[in-house]
Design a binder for this molecule. Structure first.
Ligand code: TXA
Ligand code: MG
Length: 526
């Protein structure tokens, strides 16, 4: 089939497309939400062509588009007050209202249901085409069934070229996700699909509005879908999409751990340089409207990039965010990963971090002691130990080949350069091991704490949502390290002096815990 394409601002496009529709043809037209694939809603043969071009299941009903409020009357059995109030506030615009249908709605449109969905789009081209056609237009989104809805004319061309009579270019769709669908056919208004008109706005006008469980969750097996469209796999690119809930630091830990060729992250503006897999931003974290506007184009872009897995930072579920989440959860085939929180515990030597860690562990927190991790990476025969011996000399090894910790400490901790060298060798290996341990246990724990003397100097700092600095008076710290490590006062002073000041630690802390001994109070952490 030859598909005519009418360029933006080509006035002929409107009249000729209207003619095509009057004659029983089908055409893609722009709306403020997404592009629609339109046909005369009162002509069952024309409507059937839509299902064929999209490959749409027959039991998924279509929305009927009108250009004036009064055009609703012939389509429905009656117009309740609530529909009038909604139309007054939100039409023309991204809201679809479901009501009991009249006899003129063909079964092909309502897919055998006794209701019909009606919407008055605000896009001037859509409005003009409906008017010029002189009939209500049935129009689902103009994508191949299952793919993301088209928000740019290129998307429509990709999916529909050669399958439909015409495509009208109206530029980029403003809202980017399909209309909000509400049914007024039951006793209480019920939201079936969130969109540009938000749940909060609907409640503001109507009072009580129920939310269909399919909005955010997978339908139970054998459950009947209130909105048939909700039961199908939808909006899905070829890549496996995952919604990832959690903070940016946890997301960073997660993507560093998962990292494979073909992975992409969909993140919020400004996060790109903090994530080490290729990123596409879908807007500010606080701007659900931008996320909605860009979402489908980004999902299609991941296909063009050949993405295999796409990890999406979870949007807020408020306002238009609910619509973004609703589309994403379907694109992700309901795969949601919930990441744990990660805290970092640090402080000067002898400040008593270990006791704080133990207190947290007693509260069910999974604590990772980086001293122990450091021991594991420097076990006899390990590559890290070999590198250390090359850097600091063979006398840091005991005759049996094990690490002589005291000898290494003596060489490394007496100067800043020595410490830097030690860290550059050990930190990457420690970070990897800690990251693995957190990610391998993430399903069993919601909170991890990393106990690390050099947290702020290590990459682990980037994984922490909260940092806790433990402090103690200098005299107490001195006594503690002399007893703990069996060293002289002189050596203890040297170690303390080689470290950064207390002020440095406190300046970077989200919380400070003083630990001069006695019971540890964790209350302010939770
Ligand atoms: O923004 C939009 O609504 C776009 C533009 C083109 O107007 N259209 C659109 O249509 O998204 P479509 O077919 O992709 O989605 C219509 C949704 C489907 O989930 C369908 O199951 C539901 O509305 N729906 C239609 N009629 C219904 C009815 N009588 N009862 C329950 N759900 C209905
Ligand atoms: Mg659709």
């Amino acid at each position: 089939m030859n598909t005519l394409i009418y360029k933006q601002n080509d006035e002929n496009g409107i009249t000729e497309t209207a003619q095509i529709l009057k004659n029983g043809g089908i055409a893609a037209i722009p709306t403020e939400t997404v592009y629609g694939l339109a046909a005369n809603a009162l002509d069952p043969e024309a409507v059937k062509k839509i299902f064929a071009a999209k490959g749409r299941p027959q039991d998924n009903p279509l929305i009927v588009h009108i250009s004036e409020f009064d055009e609703i009357y012939p389509l429905v059995k009656f117009v309740p007050e609530s529909a009038k109030v909604l139309a007054e506030r939100f039409w023309p615009g991204p809201l679809t209202i479901i009501l009991p249908k009249s006899g003129i709605i063909p079964d092909a449109v309502s897919a055998g249901l006794d209701t019909v969905a009606v919407r008055m789009p605000s896009h001037p081209i859509a409005n003009k085409i409906i008017k010029a056609a002189g009939v209500p237009l049935a129009a689902p989104s103009a994508n191949s069934s299952g793919l993301p809805s088209p928000t740019r004319v290129e998307h429509v061309i990709d999916d529909m070229m050669g399958k439909i009579d015409a495509i009208v270019d109206g530029g980029e769709c403003d809202i980017g996700v399909e209309s909000t669908v509400i049914t007024l056919a039951g006793s209480v208004p019920r939201l079936l699909r969130p969109g540009g008109v938000t749940l909060e706005e609907l409640r503001d006008v109507l009072g009580e509005v129920e939310v269909d469980p399919a909005v955010t969750d997978k339908l139970k097996e054998n459950a009947v879908a209130a909105s048939p469209g909700m039961k199908y796999k939808h909006y899905a690119p070829k890549a496996q999409v995952y919604i990832v809930k959690g903070t940016l630091p946890s997301f960073r830990c997660f993507t560093d751990y998962e990292k494979q060729d073909g992975d992409y992250a969909v993140c919020f503006d400004g996060e790109e340089d903090k994530i080490k897999i290729p990123c596409i931003s879908y807007g500010k974290e606080s701007s659900a409207k931008t996320q909605a506007h860009r979402l489908f184009a980004i999902l299609r872009q991941t296909d063009k990039l050949g993405a295999k897995r796409v990890f999406v930072r979870c949007p807020s579920l408020k306002g238009v965010g609910l619509a973004v989440y609703n589309r994403l959860i379907r694109a992700a085939a309901f795969r949601v990963i919930t990441l744990p929180e990660i805290w970092g515990i640090t402080g000067q030597t002898g400040a008593g971090k270990t006791s704080v860690s133990q207190a947290l562990a007693q509260k069910g927190v999974y604590v990772i002691d980086c001293d122990q991790t450091a021991r594991r990476i420097t076990e006899k025969g390990s590559p890290v130990l070999k590198t250390l011996a090359d850097a600091f000399g063979g006398d840091i090894l005991l005759p049996n080949g094990e690490l002589d910790r005291k000898a290494l400490a003596k060489k490394a901790f007496c100067s800043e350069e020595g410490e830097k060298l030690l860290n550059s060798i050990t930190h990457p290996a420690i970070t990897r091991l800690v990251r693995d341990e957190i990610m391998q246990n993430r399903d069993s724990y919601s909170l991890f704490a990393i106990d690390a003397a050099l947290l702020f100097e290590s990459e682990l700092y980037d994984y922490c949502t909260k940092t806790i600095v433990v402090t103690a008076d200098e005299k107490i710290r001195l006594e503690r390290i002399m007893t703990r490590d069996g060293i002289s006062e002189e050596e203890a002073v040297m170690r303390i002096n080689a470290q950064k000041s207390e002020g440095y630690y406190i300046g970077k802390a989200d919380a400070v815990i003083k630990n001069n001994g006695g019971e540890i109070d964790l209350a302010e952490l939770f």
